[in-house]
Design a protein around this ligand. Structure first.
Ligand code: ZN
Length: 65
């Protein structure tokens, strides 16, 4: 059986989002979605209380048996 290949390649990956509000970012204000979020992030840096989100990796140590 013949299968038609898609003309376009669907990119599988993470969508770059605004680090402030997690909305799809705008190329105009990258890496943010708007000038507002850009200022918010900047103020955080200036304030010195910028916290990097920690990604917790769940260890699936499920024993068998
Ligand atoms: Zn934003």
């Amino acid at each position: 059986m013949k299968e038609a290949r898609p003309a376009i390649h669907v990119r599988k990956g993470k969508v770059l989002r605004c680090p402030v509000c997690r909305r799809p970012r705008d190329s105009e204000y990258r890496p943010f979605c708007s000038a507002r979020c850009r200022d918010v992030d900047l103020s955080r840096w200036l304030d010195g209380s910028y916290s990097v989100p920690v990604i917790e990796s769940e260890d699936d140590g499920q024993g068998e048996g």
